[in-house]
Design a protein around this ligand. Structure first.
Ligand code: ZN
Ligand code: MN
Length: 471
């Protein structure tokens, strides 16, 4: 913002669904590590006359993604053909969704990983708008070997959800945080591994810079989301496979474009790649406009119509953010610990099970542990006990760690006597009315017994001995 340009950043994210079969045929979608071109049929090879049949589960899961992202679900949608020529696309078009996607107009919130000690409320929650969520099919995969390029069609036709945000971001840190949160949310849904190394989550930021004039500086104060007038160009960076690289690519582009604009040059609208080793973006091709794709409705698949009942029946689980708030408000867990515990659903589920089991055992034994939930959270987060073993084991070990030890009365009394002899001055101080000297003596006893004793018991024994001495 300093030098008068505001970055305008939007995102396109592709998520491969982990359905059993592909999007429009019965071939297995579980292609990772399988011999090339073994999971193919006339449909996903785009042979003439083959007819696509939509995968119902993939459609349901797309709606689930849309709902989890607070989108409106369209009752009428359709598939369209998106035409372009590339060797990994045997039909010459990709079946996608154009003007009637399944889901539109949602948002996702990002929130900090920790809050200040005295903050009662979670400040700095930011909302980023989702433009649309649609369903399409993946392409084949080009394998470059020495001087030749091979094609593997195993991936061709695997269901792919595309999530498009509004250009609401103005810095790469928010983008990174947004993507992390999106990944966690999608994993909660159980629809994709979102594994960037395997390419089941692919990231494409688009970046342009807008000159800040006095008037839009004013409007950016009025509302954080302006973007009524977007720049007349946009640079899209394709297929980045790590959050860190997305951040690097964005920062690099912002700087590159700023320098061009400062020299009076408008950056060209283009699609670029990111060179991970050099940390720079490089030109791939000039960016297509929508009309270049000659979109038209897929004639082999009728429009998709959902009843209100069908839409209502799709219910995403509580979001990680909602779970975090529950842990803080209902379970009295520290915010930053609740943040850690809600990063994946299996840890969270186990944690809640452990709490329930622990409460049940304590009731049976008529015992209680102060701040039990937080102490259990500490055990899991500090990996004091491996929490992936069975719950019974965990609970038994946790009990032995958390329950106060039975004090060895004789040892305590002996120690108190010794400490009193070794510290005549504090003893005299205490007896002449300086009550604070007691805490020093308590500390000495605790230290000698390596903390394996309750302070209130030490105080009791100390007072007993001191009063006896006084007489
Ligand atoms: Zn197939
Ligand atoms: Mn796409």
């Amino acid at each position: 913002m300093g030098s008068g340009y505001q970055p305008i950043i939007g995102l396109e994210i592709h998520i491969e669904l982990k359905t059993t079969s592909k999007m429009f045929c019965q071939c297995s979608a579980d292609y990772f590590g399988k011999p090339p071109n073994t999971l193919v049929c006339p449909v996903c090879l785009g042979l003439p006359g083959a007819l696509p049949v939509p995968n119902q589960k993939a459609i349901k899961w797309s709606l689930l993604v849309g709902k989890a992202l607070n989108c409106h679900i369209n009752k009428i949608s359709k598939f369209d053909r998106k035409h372009y020529f590339y060797p990994d696309l045997p039909k010459g078009y990709q079946i996608s969704q154009y003007d009637m996607p399944f889901c539109q107009n949602g948002y996702l919130e990002i929130y900090p990983s920790r809050i200040g000690k005295n903050d009662k409320k979670i400040n700095s929650v930011k909302k980023f708008r989702i433009r649309r969520v649609h369903l399409e099919e993946d392409t084949g995969k080009l394998v470059h070997q020495d001087k030749e390029t091979l094609i593997d069609f195993n991936r061709s036709g695997v269901p792919l959800v595309e999530i498009v945000t509004e250009p609401d971001f103005d810095n790469s840190d928010d983008v990174k945080r947004f993507l992390e949160e999106l990944q966690i949310l999608l994993r909660y849904l159980g629809i994709s591994d979102c594994d960037m190394e395997k390419g089941t989550m692919r990231l494409e930021p688009n970046i342009s810079l807008k000159k800040l004039s006095l008037s839009n500086l004013q409007s950016s104060i009025d509302s954080s989301i302006i973007n009524d007038q977007l720049p007349n160009y946009k640079v899209e960076i394709k297929n980045i496979n790590s959050f860190r690289f997305v951040k690097q690519a964005i920062d690099y582009e912002i700087e590159r474009q700023r320098q061009l604009l400062e020299n009076g040059i408008t950056p060209v609208q283009e699609t670029k790649g990111f060179d991970e080793k050099k940390g720079i973006t490089y030109s791939q091709r000039s960016k297509e406009e929508a009309h270049d794709y000659r979109y038209f409705p897929e004639p082999d698949i009728p429009p998709i119509i959902f009843s209100q009942k069908e839409i209502d029946e799709i219910k995403p689980p509580l979001s990680p953010f909602a779970q975090l708030k529950l842990l803080v408000d209902n379970y009295r867990i520290r915010y930053e610990d609740a943040f850690i515990l809600t990063r994946d659903l299996s840890t969270l589920t186990l944690f809640i099970k452990i709490i329930k089991k622990m409460e049940q055992i304590l009731i049976e034994k008529n015992l209680s542990i102060e701040a039990l939930n937080q102490k259990l959270a500490n055990l899991i987060i500090n990996k004091k006990i491996s929490y992936f073993q069975n719950i019974e084991d965990f609970v038994n070990k946790a009990l032995s760690l958390l329950l106060p030890k039975k004090t060895d009365k004789k040892l305590l009394e002996e120690t108190v006597e010794k400490i009193l002899i070794e510290n005549p001055k504090p003893v005299a101080d205490y007896q002449s009315g300086k009550k604070s000297a007691l805490m020093f003596l308590v500390g000495q006893v605790m230290k000698r017994l390596k903390g394996q004793v309750l302070a209130k018991e030490v105080i009791m024994v100390l007072k007993k001995f001191l009063d006896k001495k006084n007489k």
